[in-house]
Design a protein around this ligand. Structure first.
Ligand SMILES: Cc1ncc(C[n+]2csc(CCOP(=O)(O)OP(=O)(O)O)c2C)c(N)n1
Length: 618
């Protein structure tokens, strides 16, 4: 079988089953995208995995993980005003970080063209909220393409790139979780290596590039004009498509993206039919096709996940044109929440047209039972050892402030550390606020090492500058673990050096497996005034063991329990909480050797010292 990296740079057209995220990379290759940047986040990190699968000497573009989404966007933009077709990709909430720059993109004359691939996450499958970024696109006056499948993700990237390059502007490719992760057979086109050189043509004459005073208003006029061009483009390319059923009884559905596929799934198992207008460009809305669809139907259901973005625009369009078509949108609070799965879509159709659509009795459209899988730290995770040790340093009334990353899981039993969580890098600022006028409770903030560079630094600088009394614990595992082990700036820039450079004097650090020492230094740190920092280090063991297993001569170690010593206090299960431990009905404890990585981090958890390595192991 051919490797993904080779497939992605194939010169000849080919057909292959690829994930949506992978198909997007092939589109980058074919369109001559020259600079790509990102900060990792689900549902888009597999785009980077696919890029890395292409050997560096064959990769036809430059790729970097930037320190955060804002910088990533600026890098891609800078290269695009140099004349290159560029791309930045990140997750839904990444747009909040990038926003200060993102709102300016539409104002600029972007010589080469810029594509922003944005992974929205209806259902908050892997995000702290399920924000609908379509709200932002309208404000930012950007053109947005929304595919429903991997095949369309590939095709729409190409369209977005063509439009952006033609109009010297920015275009967004709006992906959602299942479009990113679905697999589909896709027909790919030709790739001509070397046909697009890197360009460095920035010239201020191509501007204005200084978005100030009256120039900002002229630039806004330009951005409005480009939206008109977008409407012409979508019409010309036929990206908004009408699917006639021939049996619709005057009923129509306006939808886009994954909701379109859910309607098709419902059609497959029911006799109900309606005509569909599928919007391929979701900002701006091209009014002509919508108006003619409205005029051709008596009743229209607008089926859109999350917010009522289409609904409000389409209702106002109908009002302005004095149309009498009945338009049905969201009717209750729940309609704004979660993914429009086939089940959910069928229920919505049955609610809208009860005479024509019936929900199957007692079961959904797809009656699969998926067992719940609560998140948990991996066996050997250094964060577990850290929380186990830090818990011993905390008093009941101390306040612990979480941040985003694998270490967020400290909020779960048995540790219950991290009582408030907002977004990346927010722990330090929140902790500072919590510490104000607070003599009774000590405040401890947590921060991952990737997040330290991403958005953590301003909060730390603020705490130094304003002399806040907080203990910050940096959970240093040398990787961006939760999103799949991407490198970050901390791999080259020592965090301790940065902290010292900020004038922080009270910095202690230790390996998290040295639990007694860690408890001790956290206590010391919490006794200090001002900002004190503990660096709790241990490499991510999932990454470490994966690499170790690939080395020749690797021998898998295991932990064993000396049953003659174990007195069933269950500290290993109840206080340390490694999933490797199995508590038997007779109260004895065993090791699940399929999970155990034999690192020994659990040994200090047993007061009887019943935990040791397997026979002959150290
Ligand atoms: C603004 C934003 N960008 C990206 C993400 C995705 N994300 C969730 S956890 C995480 C990793 C954080 O890494 P680190 O701080 O090193 O903590 P670790 O997971 O390694 O413990 C990322 C990037 C996010 N939630 N928000």
């Amino acid at each position: 079988m051919k490797r993904l990296g080779d497939i992605l740079v194939n010169k000849e057209p080919f057909e292959e089953i690829l994930m949506g995220n992978e198909a997007v990379v092939r589109a980058m290759v074919e369109t001559g995208t020259k600079v790509v940047s990102s900060y990792p986040g689900s549902p888009t990190p597999e785009i980077a995995t696919a890029i890395y699968s292409i050997p560096k000497d064959l990769r036809p573009f430059y790729f970097e993980f930037s320190v955060n989404e804002k910088v990533a966007g600026e890098v891609a933009f800078g290269s695009a005003v140099n004349g290159n077709l560029s791309c930045v990709f990140f997750k839904s909430v990444g747009l909040n970080v990038a926003l200060d720059s993102f709102v300016q993109f539409g104002l600029m004359n972007i010589l080469g063209g810029l594509v922003v691939v944005l992974g929205d996450d209806p259902g908050a499958n892997s995000s702290q909220n399920e924000q609908d970024n379509r709200n932002v696109y309208k404000m930012s006056r950007v053109t947005v393409f929304e595919p429903a499948s991997p095949k369309e993700a590939y095709g729409y990237y190409i369209k977005a790139a063509q439009f952006a390059a033609k109009e010297n502007t920015v275009a967004v490719l709006r992906l959602t979780t299942h479009v990113c992760h679905a697999r589909q057979k896709v027909k790919f086109g030709r790739f001509e290596p070397g046909s697009t050189p890197y360009r460095t043509d920035f010239d201020r004459e191509n501007g204005p590039y200084i978005a100030l005073t009256t120039m900002a208003l002229d630039m806004k006029r330009q951005s409005i004009k480009k939206l008109h061009q977008a409407k012409a483009y979508v019409k010309y390319e036929g990206l908004n498509t009408v699917h006639l059923s021939g049996d619709s009884h005057g009923k129509g559905i306006i939808t886009s993206g994954l909701s379109f596929l859910s309607v098709m799934d419902v059609f497959e198992i029911s006799k109900f039919r309606a005509d569909i207008l599928k919007l391929g460009m979701v900002n701006p809305l091209e009014e002509e096709c919508i108006l003619s669809f409205l005029k051709d139907h008596d009743e229209i259901l607008i089926l859109e996940e999350l917010d009522d973005i289409f609904e409000l625009q389409i209702k106002s369009l109908a009002f302005d044109n004095a149309l009498t078509t009945k338009i049905i949108g969201k009717i209750c609070d729940e309609d704004y929440i979660g993914e429009y799965t086939p089940d959910r879509t069928m229920a919505t159709l049955a609610r809208t047209w009860p005479d024509m659509v019936k929900m199957p009795e007692n079961k959904g459209v797809f009656p699969f039972e998926v067992p719940p899988r609560p998140a948990q730290m991996c066996p050997g995770c250094g964060h577990r050892s850290a929380f186990s040790a830090i818990k011993n340093a905390l008093d009941k009334e101390d306040v612990t402030v979480a941040d985003i990353g694998c270490h967020t899981l400290g909020y779960m039993p048995p540790y219950n550390i991290g009582e408030i969580l907002m977004c990346m890098g927010a722990s330090m600022g929140m902790a500072s606020g919590l510490a104000l006028f607070n003599d009774k409770k000590r405040v401890v903030a947590f921060l991952g090492d990737s997040t330290f560079f991403h958005a953590g630094l301003p909060g730390i600088v603020n705490a130094v500058f304003n002399k806040h009394d907080v203990t910050l614990i940096i959970m240093e595992n040398n990787t961006t673990a939760m999103t799949g082990h991407q490198d970050h700036a901390g791999n080259d820039i020592p965090i301790v050096g940065v902290l010292k450079g900020l004038g922080i004097e009270n910095i202690l650090s230790c390996d998290t497996y040295s639990q007694a020492k860690l408890t001790d230094i956290v206590k010391q740190s919490m006794a200090a005034k001002g900002l004190s920092v503990v660096i709790a280090k241990h490499p991510c063991m999932l990454k470490f063991t994966r690499l170790a297993r690939k080395k020749s001569g690797f021998v898998q170690k295991h932990i064993s329990i000396d049953q003659s010593v174990c007195n069933k206090t269950h500290d290993c299960v109840a206080r340390f909480g490694c999933p490797t431990f199995v508590r038997n009905p007779d109260e004895s404890v065993d090791i699940n050797t399929d999970l155990c990585i034999g690192d020994g981090s659990c040994k200090p958890s047993c007061p009887e010292q019943a935990i040791g390595f397997g026979r002959g192991e150290k």
